[in-house]
Design a binder for this molecule. Structure first.
Ligand code: FES
Ligand SMILES: [Fe+2]
Length: 371
């Protein structure tokens, strides 16, 4: 390899990928008969729960004159717009009443739809399938059927505990995601006396392989300075512990650590809210510490600390990015970031050309870095 090759220029286009499931809100924020606003990929949404507790999501704009439906009245089944009182079925978005119509006016009310989106609830989150933008002039139609079910955090036993954390960051989704998969910032951003110092930095070598729509850091014994590893060592022999980390488009990072019958897993997403804002949501599941009084709190504390360190860093980074500086990606530490951009490009090319997506990785690759 030519060691004098200039580092590749990085140009995050902040392009947002439609046609995928995204985490909209933590479940507990959406109560019966109360409407909540949310924003995904610059699309304003109104999210609620029907009388049976099933979640729904609609574009937060009435198809009549654009009034936010979140300003309307919800009776547990139908949503009434606050401007002219049109009523919509909360799940399908189908219009069911236009109060201004007289008995002899034959407008087909049932052909009018508010923009309903497929909605699912898993792992303490409400997920919304954000479809490809409809062609101009198509108007609001029925919700499109998602090709796959909403993602879930990996679990490996019937009984387990679940916890989540959420933080908003003032950077575009690309910076959020490459920050998430960046191995080199650890010793500088995630320092703590109980955790690691920058002097613990050492050379690492990790094997990666392509998986559909993403890549995997192949199963290996975790870094001796990773948090769940330190905790799991209390339960199992160090060499029986393995971890696997996957990244899959559009924004899913899952990590699984197994030690015999004990396991810990997480599903982290970085969700584009607008072009310049994203939100990181971490859901962790585990079957360890069930009898340890401080286990879950300890874990939450460690994760909250990490997420806050990343959030603070990106808040500062946003200052530096304001005036559009030139940036770069270097080998090998930024190779996962390069793969991310290549995957995204390959996905968009395939969609535009109506072809199979061509995976940017030809086969397994070993990367080396110090962290
Ligand atoms: S704007 Fe909603 S009913 Fe007219
Ligand atoms: Fe981080």
């Amino acid at each position: 390899m030519n060691s004098f090759a200039p580092p590749q220029r990085q140009a995050p286009d902040a392009e947002m990928l439609f046609g995928f499931w995204y985490r909209a809100l933590p479940s507990e924020r959406v109560r019966h008969n109360r409407l909540q606003k949310a924003m995904l990929l610059e699309v304003p949404l109104v999210v609620g729960r029907d009388a049976q507790g099933h979640a729904f999501a609609l574009r937060d704009a009435c198809p009549h004159r654009g009034m936010p439906l979140s300003c309307g009245v919800f009776d547990g089944r139908q949503l009434e717009c606050s401007y002219h009182g049109w009523k919509f079925d909360a799940h399908t978005g189908q219009c069911q009443l236009i109060p201004s119509l007289t008995a002899d006016q034959k407008l087909r009310v049932d052909r009018i739809y508010a923009g309903a989106m497929a909605c699912a609830e898993s792992d303490d989150y409400i997920w919304v399938f954000v479809p490809e933008a409809a062609p101009p002039g198509a108007g609001a139609t029925k919700a499109s059927e998602p090709p796959v079910p909403a993602p879930r955090v990996p679990t490996f036993s019937d009984k387990y505990k679940l916890a989540y954390l959420s933080a908003e960051m003032p950077v575009n989704v690309d910076h959020g995601i490459i920050g998430l998969m960046d191995p080199a910032h650890g010793p500088f951003v995630h320092q703590a006396w109980w955790w690691r110092s920058r002097h613990s930095i050492h050379e690492k070598q990790k094997a990666f392989e392509p998986i559909p729509n993403g890549f995997r850091m192949s199963a290996h014994t975790p870094s001796s300075n990773s948090a769940p590893y330190k905790l799991l060592r209390l339960y199992a022999a160090a060499d029986s512990i393995t971890t696997t980390i996957d990244f899959v488009l559009p924004n899913l990072r899952s990590e699984t650590i197994q030690a015999g019958k004990y396991w810990f897993s997480s599903l982290t997403t970085v969700t584009p809210i607008t072009r310049n804002r994203c939100r990181i949501d971490v859901v962790a599941a585990w079957n360890i510490f069930r009898w340890l009084p401080f286990g879950p709190e300890l874990l939450r504390f460690v994760f909250a600390k990490f997420v806050e360190q990343d959030r603070r860093t990106m808040e500062l980074q946003a200052e530096g990015l304001k005036h559009d500086p030139h940036l770069m990606l270097i080998d090998d530490a930024d190779r996962p970031a390069k793969w991310y951009f290549q995957l995204k490009q390959a996905y968009m090319d395939a969609r535009r050309n109506g072809t199979e997506m061509c995976h940017p990785m030809a086969g397994p690759v070993t990367l080396k870095w110090r962290s």
